[in-house]
Every structure is written in C-alpha cells, then in structure tokens.
Design a protein around this ligand. Structure first.
Ligand SMILES: [Zn+2]
Length: 207
C-alpha cells in the first residue's frame, strides 16, 4: 500500500472515554463510545487515504468496528440511539471504498478535482459513444443474444480501462506527493540549519 503523508490525518489516537488506543475516529472498540462519524470513509476505517485499498485489511476493520457497535455500543444506554446510524455509516463507507468508481470519485474530490459529466480532454469520446450506441441499439432491435453479449463485453472493457486509468493517475499522484513532501522536509531542515548559522554569525558581527 502506498503511504500517504500525514497531511490527511486519520490517526485516531486514544479514546476520550476510557483512554484505550482506538483504530477508528468513529468508535472505541474497547468501551463502545461513539464519536462524531467522520465523512471521510478512510478515516472511518482508520485507513490511510489511498487508491490502493487493502481489501483484506478493509474487511478486517469492518468486522472489528461492526462488532464494536453491536457488542460494545448497543448495550450502553447513553449511545444506543446512535448505533443504527453508525452501522449505516460504516456500511456506506465500506461500499464507497470497495467500489473502484466510488473510491475514485471520492479521491478526485478530496484532491480538489471537480466531477464531470463527460471527459473534457477526450475529443474522440463523443464519436466512440455514438459508434457504441449504434451497435447497441442494432443488437437490441435484432434481439440477437450473441451480438448483445459482445456489446456488453465491449462496455465492460471500456469501464475496466477507465478504472485502470484513474488508478494509474491516483498512484502517480500519491507517489509524487510522498516524494515532494520528502523533498520539502529536507529543504525546510536545511533552511532552518542555515538560518541558525546566519543568526549566530550576525550576532558575532554585531557584537
Ligand atoms: Zn473507550
């Protein structure tokens, strides 16, 4: 999994109720305290915001957190009325992270990108769609199962390659973000070192 720098804080720290370390911002697995449910599905699961979601880790977190809601929160009178909403939010977040199109859409917006109805960049998209629609309506008119099948297959292939393209962009973005944050950290360390030197020597000069 690509590591995302701490610019997106998902580290939940300790529970304000019982002091136990917790994996999610939403709930304490130990005492069942329910906190404000984060809008960020990655934060809800306590996972780093990244295109490459580890499915096994996601499922593990999902069962850990749903168990916490059902077994630790539900028996508590003070948080009982929030359990249903919390479980619904957990399910919605899991769907969002498991579905590559939803995940891509979430990441796009979180990186400050605007959603579009149609690709702006691809001039050939329009003609591609026209060609496809013609083939599809012909197959439907003729109700030819073999033809329909191949049309579905073609659409599935287009979907898959668009998902791959989105994934490649996010992966490059995450990598360059990590690299640039590292470079900036080095540069800042160097700047601080030289500023101390300058201050030190100026003090000598001014004496
Ligand atoms: Zn707790």
């Amino acid at each position: 999994m690509t590591e995302v720098p701490d610019a997106t804080p998902t580290a939940p720290g300790v529970c304000a109720g019982c002091g136990s370390p917790r994996v999610s911002l939403a709930v304490c697995e130990k005492c069942g305290e329910i906190f404000d449910l984060p809008q960020d599905p990655f934060a809800l699961f306590g996972l780093a915001r990244s295109w490459s979601v580890d499915t096994a880790a996601l499922e593990e977190r999902y069962s850990l957190l749903s168990r916490a809601f059902r077994e630790k929160s539900a028996p508590r009178q003070d948080v009982l009325d929030r359990v249903t909403d919390a479980i619904a939010a957990l399910d919605a977040a899991r769907r969002k992270l498991s579905d590559p199109v939803e995940r891509a859409q979430y990441l796009l917006v979180s990186y400050g990108g605007a959603e579009r109805e149609k690709p702006l960049r691809k001039r050939e998209f329009q003609s591609e769609v026209m060609e496809f629609d013609q083939a599809a309506s012909k197959a439907r008119q003729e109700s030819d199962p073999a033809r329909l099948k191949s049309v579905v297959l073609e659409a599935e292939e287009k979907l898959a390659s668009a998902i791959i393209a989105a994934g490649q962009s996010f992966t490059r973005l995450e990598r360059s973000l990590v690299d640039e944050v590292n470079s900036a950290a080095d540069a800042v360390a160097e700047a601080r070192f030289w500023r101390r030197k300058v201050d030190e020597l100026r003090a000598v000069l001014g004496r």
